[in-house]
Design a binder for this molecule. Structure first.
Ligand SMILES: Cc1cc2nc3c(=O)[nH]c(=O)nc-3n(C[C@H](O)[C@H](O)[C@H](O)COP(=O)(O)OP(=O)(O)OC[C@H]3O[C@@H](n4cnc5c(N)ncnc54)[C@H](O)[C@@H]3O)c2cc1C
Length: 442
């Protein structure tokens, strides 16, 4: 971050002070003189879930690309996680993976995984954003609409609890209000076209519960993940987290629904590959109640396809694109969008920022969206556009997952892609194709 080499000018406003909003504020802080983050909630004093982020009660994975990106935006972030006692380990050697029912062979992958809760990550980002001298976090402030002049957003209408409506002028407005963003409605009301959406319905249901970390649980490993696959639309994650807890996530999709009572959760977990989740449920001591959350569909908003943009108005995070949470991509994509925003503003040219941003963000989203949707469309029940080569590609990737139980190099390659450290295309190199064949022939 270099704030001295160029003049900071103007005022930027961010709607929503969750992960994407805070990261956007960090990105804007190197170009704008003042940045105001407007958050409806009052931030909790501790690292506990809050109302505006209900998914905060569910297990979140921080992908390696996300951790590395956070460390770039806030140097020392990874060391601070370690210093705070966040459990971490190698994403392959210290973690058990079940892919299509096959247990992945273990080896050092060089990909570091962290057992960190969603509220903890947000609190840690928030602490760092609070230290930025030109960023102000305005809590308990709801944004009710945009102020517009000509073809530009010139601020927002805000309301504090029991207070009157106020106007807050701004040179740039960034919507980071999450899946409940009203950007499309606001644009329509202002006479602008609303972006088309691609929606993929998977009806994911999450149930998370935390248990006391006791000797013997997980045998010193960081965790286990059972990935859902066609014919087995159930997933499970067990992970050690901060504050000496083990989090258990049970997930179902396409009509599968994990229960929240003890016996029902155990029965659901017993049906999963491996028995780590079932073992924790059977022998662990719960520290809270099980919490359920539904995530019906993934949504990609195509702002880049609009032929008329509202100047000075950008959208980031889940408000722009929200992914099936099974793939753990949301926070990492928010990090990448913040990196993009900072780089677009770097040369001081703010002309046509909205179309330039939305075009670049759409390009950034191609890889994570196709990774997630590619996984969803393996399930024949999921509606969506399938290409002529999908069958062949899925057959190869099916063999790849089976072979990863034998050759750890294949597992490492898979995890690199899943952690967004390498593109999906990297799995199709001749070397990995040969290794897949060799492993299955052995
Ligand atoms: C069940 C589930 C599991 C997930 N698991 C993972 C995972 O494993 N890994 C991962 O990386 N991601 C995961 N995600 C996604 C991740 O939670 C989000 O991508 C991440 O929180 C960033 O979202 P966001 O900041 O865009 O929006 P949110 O986190 O939804 O925050 C929106 C914020 O805007 C505020 N707000 C809304 N409207 C207004 C308004 N009008 N005025 C002022 N404030 C407003 C809200 O109070 C809130 O603070 C998961 C999501 C779900 C639903």
């Amino acid at each position: 971050m270099n704030t001295e080499s160029k003049a900071l000018r103007g005022h930027a406003v961010v709607i929503g002070g969750s992960v994407a909003g805070l990261l956007a504020a960090r990105a804007l802080s190197t170009s704008f003189e003042h940045v105001t983050v407007l958050e409806r909630d009052v931030f909790p004093a501790h690292t506990v879930p809050r109302r505006g982020v209900p998914q905060g009660r569910q297990v979140h994975a921080l992908l390696t690309r996300g951790a590395v990106g956070l460390d770039g935006l806030f140097p020392g972030f990874i060391d601070a996680m370690t210093a705070a006692g966040i459990p971490s380990g190698d994403g392959q050697a210290d973690f058990t993976w079940f892919l299509d029912g096959h247990r992945m062979a273990k080896a050092e992958s060089g990909l570091r995984g962290f057992g960190v809760s969603r509220p903890w990550i947000e609190a840690m980002i928030r602490d760092r954003v609070r230290e930025l001298p030109n960023v102000f976090l305005s809590e308990g402030t709801q944004v009710d609409g945009l102020l517009v002049e000509g073809d530009r957003a010139i601020g927002v209408r805000t309301r504090r609890a029991e207070g009157a409506e106020e106007s807050l002028p701004a040179d740039l407005v960034v919507d980071a209000a999450g899946r409940g963003s009203r950007a499309r409605t606001w644009l329509r009301e202002l006479g602008y076209p609303a972006p088309e959406q691609t929606v993929v319905t998977t009806n994911v249901v999450y149930v998370t519960r935390h248990y006391k970390q006791e000797p013997g649980l997980l045998d010193g490993e960081l965790g286990t993940t059972v990935v859902p696959y066609p014919g087995q639309p159930r997933a499970g994650v067990v992970i050690r987290q901060e504050a000496d807890v083990v989090a258990v996530l049970l997930a179902g999709l396409l009509g599968e629904e994990p229960p929240t009572d003890d016996a029902g959760m155990l029965a659901f977990a017993t049906g999963l590959d491996g028995q780590d989740a079932a073992e924790v449920l059977r022998s662990g001591t719960p520290v809270d109640d099980a919490v359920k959350m539904r995530y019906p569909e993934s949504t990609l908003n195509h702002f880049d396809r609009l032929d008329r943009h509202l100047g000075g108005f950008l959208v980031v995070g889940d408000a722009l694109c929200s992914f099936n949470p099974i793939y753990g991509q949301g926070m990492t994509v928010a990090v990448m969008e913040a990196e993009l925003l900072e780089s677009l503003l770097e040369d001081g040219d703010r002309k046509d920022l909205a179309p330039r941003y939305f075009e670049a963000a759409a390009a950034l989203l191609v890889e994570p969206w196709s990774l997630a949707i590619g996984g969803d469309l393996r399930f024949p029940e999921v509606e969506g556009e399938r290409g002529p080569q999908d069958e062949e590609v899925n057959a190869y990737l099916g063999s790849f997952r089976a072979a990863a139980a034998i050759d750890p190099v294949l597992g490492a390659a898979f995890l690199k892609v899943a952690n967004m450290m390498a593109p999906v295309s990297s799995l199709f190199g001749p070397d990995l194709m040969e290794r897949t064949q060799r492993a299955l022939d052995a």
